[in-house]
Design a protein around this ligand. Sequence first.
Ligand SMILES: [Zn+2]
Length: 82
Amino acid sequence: MRPRKMPPVDVPAGSKFCFKCNLVLPLLAFATDAKQYDGKKFDCRRCDSAAAYARKVRKRDRERVHLPEALAMDRPWSAHVA
Ligand SMILES: [Zn+2]
């Protein structure tokens, strides 16, 4: 198992720090993952789906779509509800 990363900020109870978007988010923003120490995914749902989307796009269109474009399209979560 990977060593736990410690969030750089105080995380209140009922919240979790997403290391991908560097935001403290409510636990509801994290999908369940029984493999994780706290039962929640490492990345928040939006980062997770953005990553899944980028993977999908890369797989489907490896030649034409580059990661920066895929990420730019996947930025609407910057207005996270904390
Ligand atoms: Zn995130």
